[in-house]
Design a protein around this ligand. Structure first.
Ligand code: ARG
Length: 493
């Protein structure tokens, strides 16, 4: 077993392996280990620049840290006899460069600001991956929409045929939902990417540290200024997880549509076999399991959020060890959402839509009745509610034609005979036509091909803007990292 250099002075008493495993964050710390090396490098550079440690100590520490960066962190650092990876890496460094140098690494900082910094570094990377995956989902939806501007299908409310729409309109509805999910993550990123480093335990330090220096070299956009807040808060993670839970609720809805659409009585879509399973007893079965698992992952991600929120609820200021239990929720939520999005991209882009079936259903269930009511309002200057009742009563009779409309009006006590007023069956049929009804709905955001084409242009512009944003953020992070490593290499040679 390795020595935990942190415990040496203050504590004695044996801990069993079980105890140590219970207390250690090592398993989840795999997520932040690489970030920890970067944080160490930035901290050492700052200590040297501020003349808090001398050049030689800095050189020795940086040489060992660069080796961890270049070669990877050896497994010993993850031994769960250490409380966490910070203790593990510090112990390795002390071993590598001796206590006189290695023992100076932790001047002016605490694991409290260290871990908060590492989490933010890893989380911002994960956020950008998540945003890139979301962008891809939106691109796939836009591509399906572009090919189906004229594809009529039934639109549903209460899962009943409601009014005809198009597959393009339906896909763009999801695109908009995912676009808002993207915005939420974009905004969360701005609050994630602030540096808590330099807060130390919570009250900062008496050493003349330079917080801006480490923040810049670690690619942060600013500081979490109040040092107590810096180590105590995990609200940046909570808002990310809440955003992911909302995003997954949207994922679950599109999955639900795909599941319903792939039933044999709806048959609007055929999912690629790769995303389906069969039954161990029923040889004919093709089940949309991937969509089902994704629908269920929504619950896991929401669980990660509630787990995290309940960890901080009622915690006193400032750092409490409870916070360690919050962190795995971040990675679990991130992982489930990311894997779901990546599968959704492929499941959607490989799906085959049965557009003939969609068209066949589009006009069913009197789905164009609203248009007939509207046309009666316009042609005969009757109130909409009157027209709505007349058409509704005609529907009750099972047919929409001149005869049922006239009878309906009479039954409802409306003094009007459509036959006498020149309404023809041909006119009724024209109004009840699915394409006619869709084409009329050309208000902004409506299903008419004209409106959908305009929406598509807007959506594509937004996709470009969002893609540039991701690239800019990635470039900024990668430049900061290159600068950090270059500065460390410059100092050691
Ligand atoms: N493993 C700890 C965590 O994840 C790091 C901070 C430990 N701080 C402490 N005071 N014991 O929160």
């Amino acid at each position: 077993m390795r020595t935990d250099v942190i415990r040496l002075g203050r504590l004695s008493g044996e801990r069993t392996v079980k105890m140590m495993q219970f207390l250690s964050s090592m398993r989840a710390d795999r997520w932040i280990a690489d970030a920890d090396v970067l944080v160490d490098i930035a901290h050492v550079l700052m200590l040297e620049k501020q003349k808090i440690i001398n050049r030689d100590t800095a050189k020795q520490l940086l040489t060992a840290l660069l080796e961890l960066h270049d070669e990877g962190i050896p497994d010993e650092a993850f031994d769960d006899s250490f409380e966490d990876v910070h203790a593990g890496i510090e112990a390795l460094l002390v071993e590598a460069v001796g206590m006189d140098n290695g023992g100076r690494l932790h001047i002016g900082r605490s694991r409290n600001d260290e871990v908060a910094t590492c989490i933010r570094i890893k989380l911002r990377d994960e956020l950008l991956k998540q945003m890139a995956a979301l962008l891809k989902v939106r691109e796939v939806l836009v591509a399906i929409a572009e090919q189906n501007i004229e594809t009529a299908m039934p639109g549903f409310t209460h899962l009943q045929h409601a009014q005809p729409t198009t597959l393009a309109h339906h896909m763009l509805a999801y695109e908009q939902a995912f676009s808002r999910d993207f915005d939420r993550l974009r905004e969360a990123y701005a609050r994630v990417n602030q540096s808590p480093l330099g807060a130390a335990a919570f009250a900062s330090t008496g050493y003349p540290i330079n917080r801006e220096f480490t923040a810049r070299f670690l690619g942060f956009d600013g500081l979490v200024t109040n040092t107590m807040d810096a180590v105590a808060t995990r609200d940046f993670a909570l808002e990310t997880l809440a955003d992911l839970a909302i995003l997954m609720a949207n994922v679950s809805r599109i999955c639900e549509d795909l599941i319903i659409w792939s039933t044999s009585f709806v048959h609007f879509v055929t999912l690629d076999d790769a995303f389906c399973s069969t039954s161990s007893i029923m040889p004919q079965k093709k089940n949309p399991d991937t969509a089902e698992i994704m629908r269920a992952k929504t619950g896991s991600v929401l669980g990660a959020y509630t787990g995290a929120l309940l960890t901080v609820k009622g915690l006193p200021m400032s750092y409490n060890r409870d916070l360690q239990e919050l962190t795995p929720n971040i990675w679990r939520g991130m992982r489930d959402a990311k894997e779901s999005l990546r599968l959704l991209i492929d499941m959607l882009s490989s799906a085959t839509f049965d557009t003939a079936r969609m068209r066949e259903e589009a006009g069913k269930g009197f789905s164009t009745a609203t248009e007939l009511a509207d046309s009666l309002v316009q042609a005969y200057d009757i109130p909409f509610r009157t027209a709505h009742n007349i058409v509704g009563r005609a529907v009750q009779k099972g047919y929409l034609n001149l005869e049922t409309l006239d009878t309906a009006a009479k039954e409802l006590g409306v003094e009007i005979s459509f036959t006498e007023k020149g309404l023809s069956q041909a006119k009724i049929n024209e109004v009840l036509d699915v394409n006619y009804s869709i084409a009329l709905r050309k208000a902004p955001g409506g299903p008419a091909p004209l409106a959908v084409k305009i929406a598509l242009e807007e959506n594509k512009k937004q996709l470009d803007t969002d893609s540039v944003l991701i690239d800019e953020r990635l470039a900024k992070l990668s430049k900061a990292k290159d600068d950090l490593i270059a500065e460390a290499r410059r100092l050691v040679t």
